[in-house]
Design a protein around this ligand. Structure first.
Ligand SMILES: [Zn+2]
Length: 754
């Protein structure tokens, strides 16, 4: 027998305690011939939990690992081949797009890699526009790139491509005015108004609301915007349908006038009520004819008219161990409205800026089923919470200027025999494999679970293809296609050797969110622990040839128990620690919606020591030197009172300063004379002209640049209120109500050797 591959090297977790690699874990490479792998889809866009696909469902069942795909289909790419051709070559039987993993029987025929039908190569495909040569169809860009975009001809549209339409729906109740968010929103839109994706046809509109609904007539020719109030919220009508959504180019001055005056209009309001439901209905009516993007800003529990909600949270139960109530929506109003929106190509993004419980479990449905997204700024306040203000500003900039696709659908096809049975993310499932996406944004992730319905006998490889059809902001119908090819194996050891531990963790997190809502949080927690026990038990019984004491795992799964423990202590699933219900629900929404790379940071934050950054091993990007400190395990054992440590938890970063932090870091990076002088609520690093300051800021800036949202930075001392949030991420340590990593390993071992 040949030597064991590295992925299957046996690791005893009870003995080897320093398993966290110093740098981020790369995605495993599928075991394919070099020729195929060279053409394969990037794992950042498309990856599978098992990079070797089991030949049969019974083999998959034995492995006890979930089979599924994780996608980031509309990710910003630095390089994207775009093909314009009058015929898009697709399989006549299963409609798969021609791709790098088809086979050419001869010059004139290709065999589909999903259904195996033989298709003719059309004449046009014989000409290669890249090399400008004839007669080499296998050199066409479609068969040289796993990720490609087509400009779609007219048969790919049901109606003329719609213009970009943006409608902003703004809470202006007393509470909303208190938070001061309107200023930031209006300023941000003023700053970015020329960068909104679109063309000369782009339309915008505004609705504000409290106990009544306020429309704004922005028609060309008016000397100033005209506010129209509809107070009968039970029967919403549009006062002047044609002048509420206006052409941005033609009416830009009026729009700018409105944005400048809006923050002052409600300054002295006494309105405490919020008729969000009616405002959404009005917005839906306004957008129905065209579709588009509805951005909703809400600061409190809606308490008037349709869709009104009750406070369901019991603060005394926040830490209760067993079951967390009210994770499911209280009403189907928001889901129903989202489905109506979806059918009219309207997506709803929700910005929740609130200090109080808002029932995100109910409100979130409006985005979830309309392919929107939810942004959450707890305790937002223009004065008291400057870190949230900064994050809101930065997020808005990204939100307003990132690319967008309208009236999109996505279909995921797999080789015959494989079948998708569950989807995760924000969308509406229109038919078994067709996702309806009124909007598609470049920051959305998706996951799917699969089963093997027919044995994959005699197959060397299988393929997966995601096709995203959308209207660009310039009014072009486009199709972005990603194709992933994976080998088929028929032994358990090969399945284990190809396990992608991060993808498995990400998929299990999605599954656990569903389980928490449909069954209970304790069920979901048990299921995650069992996933670790069952798969490692299967490995021990069926793959491992040596039997020795300890908790033995293959090297590719050596971080699996750690990640599962991290999930159990994640805000979404933790028990025993006081967790606000909306915070928990938001964490769940994020786990389902974030692309894997960002979800992993939420699950298992990255910890670095940063008071001794050096240029050794640093990256050089755009003439800047970016230090690369090693990753540390999430345990207080790794902290030192003499140091400073940065924890990157995805949407938030903490810079913890040790009590005896050496003065060099305090003076050269923080700009303070001593530890006691570190201010409370510090969230910005001063721009000091020192090498230490430059290194630290370069590193943090580089981390922030890797993601599309803006993580706020909190600089904390031992006395800081936020210290608890930092310490709660030390998931390897024991707490009053949760096991340490070592205890968790012992628990797993005990279950496995039963
Ligand atoms: Zn086919």
């Amino acid at each position: 027998q040949s030597s064991t591959p590295e992925a299957l090297r046996v690791v005893n977790l009870l003995q080897e305690r320093n398993l966290l690699p110093p740098a981020p874990v790369p995605a495993p490479t599928p075991c394919l011939t070099q020729d195929l792998q060279k053409l394969n889809c990037s794992p950042e866009v498309f990856r599978s939990t098992l990079t070797s696909i089991p030949q049969t469902q019974s083999l998959l069942n034995k492995a006890k690992m979930p089979l599924g795909l994780l996608l980031h289909p509309f990710k910003d790419l630095s390089q994207l081949p775009v093909v314009t051709s009058s015929t898009i070559v697709r399989c006549r039987s299963c409609r798969t797009y021609i791709n790098p993993f088809v086979s050419f029987l001869d010059q004139r025929r290709w065999k589909c890699n999903l259904c195996y039908r033989v298709n003719d190569v059309p004449e046009e495909f014989m000409y290669n526009p890249v090399s400008r040569s004839y007669g080499e169809p296998h050199k066409r860009p479609e068969v040289q790139n796993a990720t490609i975009e087509f400009i779609a001809p007219s048969e790919y549209m049901l109606r003329p491509p719609q213009p970009a339409v943006y409608l902003f729906v703004l809470d202006v109740s007393h509470n909303a005015v208190e938070t001061g968010y309107l200023n930031v929103f209006c300023q941000s839109l003023l700053d970015n108004i020329n960068s909104l994706p679109g063309d000369s046809r782009t339309k915008v509109g505004f609705i504000t609301f409290d106990s009544t609904i306020h429309f704004y007539n922005l028609q060309e020719g008016l000397s100033q915007p005209q506010m129209l109030i509809v107070s009968d919220i039970e029967d919403i009508f549009l006062p002047t349908p044609d002048s509420l959504l206006v052409n941005l180019n033609e009416c830009k001055e009026l729009v700018q006038d409105l944005l400048k005056s809006l923050p002052n209009l409600f300054e002295k309001t006494m309105e405490t009520q919020s008729a969000l439901g009616s405002a959404l209905q009005a917005a839906f009516k306004l957008l129905s004819p065209t579709g588009g993007r509805m951005s909703v800003f809400q600061t409190q529990l809606p308490n008037l008219g349709v869709g009104a909600l009750q406070s369901r949270e019991d603060p005394n139960q926040r830490a209760s161990a067993k079951d967390i109530q009210h994770l499911a929506p209280a009403t189907d109003f928001y889901k129903k409205l989202a489905l109506d929106c979806s059918s009219q190509q309207v997506a709803v993004d929700l910005f929740l800026l609130s200090a109080q419980y808002c029932d995100l479990a109910s409100l979130g449905c409006i985005s979830r089923y309309s392919a929107g997204s939810v942004y959450y700024y707890p305790s937002y306040h223009h004065q008291h919470n400057p870190a949230q203000v900064e994050r809101f500003q930065k997020d808005l900039k990204r939100y307003l200027t990132r690319k967008i696709g309208f009236e999109a659908v996505m279909r995921i096809r797999c080789t015959k025999g494989l079948s998708i049975h569950t989807f995760h993310g924000n969308f509406f499932v229109r038919s078994t494999d067709l996702l309806s996406l009124p909007n598609v944004n470049p920051d959305a992730g998706f996951a799917v679970q699969m089963s093997i319905e027919e044995n994959l006998d005699d197959m060397q490889v299988v393929s997966f293809q995601a096709a995203l059809l959308y209207t660009s902001s310039k009014g072009e119908r486009r199709i972005r296609v990603h194709t992933l090819c994976l080998p088929v194996v028929n032994s358990l050891s090969d399945i284990f050797a190809g396990a992608d531990v991060q993808a498995i963790t990400g998929l299990l997190a999605c599954m656990a969110v569903d389980r928490s809502v449909t069954a209970s949080l304790s069920d979901a927690r048990d299921a995650m622990t069992n996933a670790a026990i069952d798969s490692l038990m299967s490995y021990r019984q069926s793959v491992l040839t040596i039997q020795q004491p300890g908790l033995l795992v293959p090297a590719c799964l050596r971080l699996f128990p750690l990640y599962i423990l991290a999930l159990l202590k994640q805000k979404a699933f933790r028990t025993g620690t006081s967790t606000r219900l909306d915070d928990r629900v938001f964490a769940m929404l994020q786990l389902k919606y974030q692309p894997l790379a960002y979800a992993m940071l939420m699950i298992h934050p990255a910890l670095y020591r940063v008071d001794d950054l050096t240029d050794e091993g640093a990256l050089n990007i755009n003439e800047r030197t970016i230090p690369q400190p090693r990753l540390l395990q999430l345990s207080v054992e790794k902290l030192s009172r003499e140091g400073a440590f940065l924890m990157d938890a995805g949407t938030v970063m903490y810079l913890w300063i040790g009590r005896n932090c050496h003065s060099n870091f305090l003076t050269q990076v923080l700009g303070v004379p001593n530890y006691a002088a570190v201010p409370d609520n510090l969230y910005l690093l001063p721009e000091l002209d020192t090498a230490e300051s430059q290194r630290t800021r370069a590193f943090i800036g580089w981390l922030r640049d890797q993601r599309p949202f803006f993580p706020s930075l909190h600089i904390i001392r031992d006395e800081s209120q936020l210290k608890a949030s930092f310490m709660q991420n030390m998931i390897e340590d024991r707490t009053e109500s949760a096991l340490s990593y070592y205890e968790f390993l012992l628990h797993l071992q005990q279950q496995i050797s039963k």
